[in-house]
Design a protein around this ligand. Structure first.
Ligand code: ADP
Ligand SMILES: O=P(O)(O)O[C@H]1O[C@H](CO)[C@@H](O[C@H]2O[C@H](CO)[C@@H](O)[C@H](O)[C@H]2O)[C@H](O)[C@H]1O
Length: 496
């Protein structure tokens, strides 16, 4: 490979141990600092501090940044453009701030800003030193640089603590340009032609990300209900087990997103109140969910509920409710009823019920309808939960309850902007949700899953728990959607 041309915008490539070692000076015990990388990172930090809070995937919104500490910086391309992979710890002030969060950044540095990089992806111009005047930007939007990442995945490269890994099977083309996905998401994805999609996890925790862990388990079991895993990359973070940084999967080019399909059906209710055929799809989706659950139960650890575990399950729900009440005080009035619903779990004869690994954040946007049937995506679990919690075995019906919430969301979307103003439409929307929720549950049972109707207290508690999560999620990310889960809470509280 020819040496890239150098310019004022380059990143120095140092001998490998130095270039890919930890950078910065704040962490104790750091190895030798790579001067070139360190200089670049120091110049970039003020721009990163301004830009981070504007990103959808940034979890620290509303909390001032107390410190930004580079953890590992790895130059993946030198010259102009340069590509710097950076893991960065963000700390917040205050007594309860904790150790902070580590984020993954893929930074491009060029003397000229590329046309594909829009204003939201530009961090600014670097000032001073070797990089003076160069544009610093989110390289996810630069096809040349994301193409570079695919090359590393294809060759299974290693750069210091960064390892690129391939699954056995057909080789990967290393030369496809990547375009940034425009999907609304918690991480960032790059689509390579119509062949692959690379998800770059943004908030990084030590350990295997459940998305990789479960997708690999399902792939290895031969399941066609997920896009085949082609490669991933990871980093050993502060001497703990490797943290998953990115996941490359087959791109489902001929698939339709379940959320879009559902919205399309719901929108038609306005002009044509006939039922439509989404219930058939909902039934098939229920079957697909059951199939995935069966494989996960067969290939990954399971356990059984007993009194103590059930009490723990109910207690965790009550704790999540209490934190949610603090974040969204509007929930306070429902607290007694919701707590009572969780309490009733302990008397619900759940002993012996199997718990297992599950999807953890299932909704219509995570289901793609392909010509071969429904395929499920994104087994990461709820991004706000700590990784260890997301990996705990759960009642499989948790996923069912989450999907039921999604039908409710799709129906409520129809009423957005006109709440309570058109009772006829509200009735149609409610009937649509009820029909599809029932079809999904029937499909789930027909596919070998547990009948949700058999454990009504558990289903109600799981649905409440999800709606509570959604209240916090919407308050944080999409405040205008907050009425959707709040209406569900209101309705569910009335049934206790
Ligand atoms: N393999 C795939 N094929 C086609 N589209 C995909 C694929 N994986 C993800 N997508 C699209 O990208 C969106 C976001 O993906 P997801 O894995 O849910 O990311 P995140 O965890 O960041 O929210 C999905 O809703 C879907 O529209
Ligand atoms: O897909 P993500 O992993 O990013 O999940 C998060 O965002 C979802 C929204 O994009 C959010 O889902 C909620 O909104 C959906 C409609 O946009 C709805 O279908 C879901 O039922 C509802 O929970 C999800 O909760 C959040 O974790």
């Amino acid at each position: 490979m020819s040496e890239p041309s150098r310019s004022q915008a380059h990143v120095h490539r140092e001998p490998s141990d130095a270039a890919t070692g930890p950078v910065g000076t704040r962490a104790p015990g750091v190895r030798r600092t790579a001067a070139g990388v360190s200089e670049l990172v120091q110049a970039a930090l003020p721009l990163i501090a301004e830009w981070l809070p504007t990103q959808r995937w940034y979890a620290g919104k509303g909390r001032p940044i107390a410190a930004l500490t580079p953890v590992v910086g790895t130059p993946l391309q030198v010259g102009d453009p340069a590509l710097l992979h950076l893991l960065l710890r963000v700390e917040h002030g205050g007594a309860t701030a904790g150790p902070g969060d580590v984020y993954q950044l893929l930074l491009g540095i060029r003397s000229e800003q590329p046309a594909s990089v829009g204003p939201m992806a530009v961090l600014g111009r670097l000032a001073g030193g070797t990089y003076d005047g160069a544009t610093l930007y989110d390289a996810v939007h630069d096809p040349e640089l994301t193409g570079r990442l695919l090359e590393h995945l294809a060759t299974g490269d290693r750069f210091g603590s960064l390892s690129f890994r391939r699954t056995p099977g057909p080789g990967l083309p290393g030369n496809l340009p990547g375009r940034a996905s425009t999907a609304e998401q918690s991480n960032s994805s790059v689509i390579y032609d119509t062949a692959f999609i690379l998800k770059l996890f943004r908030r990084i925790s030590p350990g295997t990300n459940p998305d990789l862990e479960l997708s690999l388990a399902l792939s290895r079991a031969g399941s066609t209900r997920i896009p085949r895993v082609a490669a991933w990359f990871e980093c050993r973070l502060e001497r703990s087990e490797p943290a998953t940084l990115g996941l490359l999967q087959r791109y489902l080019a001929d698939a339709e997103d379940g959320w879009e399909l559902a919205l399309d059906q719901v929108a038609r209710l306005k002009g044509d109140p006939s039922p439509g055929n989404f219930a058939i799809e909902a039934h098939r989706l229920g079957r697909a969910t059951a199939e995935v659950h069966r494989v996960l139960a067969r290939t990954m650890p399971t356990a059984r509920l007993d009194r103590a575990r059930t009490a723990e399950l109910a207690g965790a729900m009550a704790d999540r409710l209490d934190s949610a009440v603090t974040a969204v005080p509007g929930l306070m009035r429902y607290r007694p009823a919701l707590r009572a619903a969780f309490q009733q779990l302990t008397a619900a004869h759940l002993d012996g019920l199997q718990v297992q690994r599950i999807h953890g954040d299932l909704h219509l946007g995570q289901a793609m309808r392909t010509p071969q049937g429904w395929v499920l995506l994104d087994f990461e679990g709820e991004p706000a939960k700590p990784l260890a919690e997301r990996r705990l075995p759960q009642p499989a019906l948790r996923d069912v309850a989450a999907m039921l919430r999604s039908f409710d969301y799709a129906a409520a979307h129809l009423l957005a902007g006109a709440p309570g103003q058109d009772p006829e439409l509200a009735q149609l929307a409610a009937a649509w949700a009820a029909r599809n929720r029932a079809a999904y549950c029937a499909g789930y049972t027909a596919g070998g899953g547990l009948d949700p109707a058999g454990t009504p207290e558990l289903m109600r508690a799981l649905e409440i728990d999800k709606a509570v999560y959604e209240v916090v999620y919407e308050a944080r990310h999409r405040p205008s959607w907050l009425p959707i889960p709040l209406a569900a809470i209101n309705r569910l509280a009335d049934t206790v």
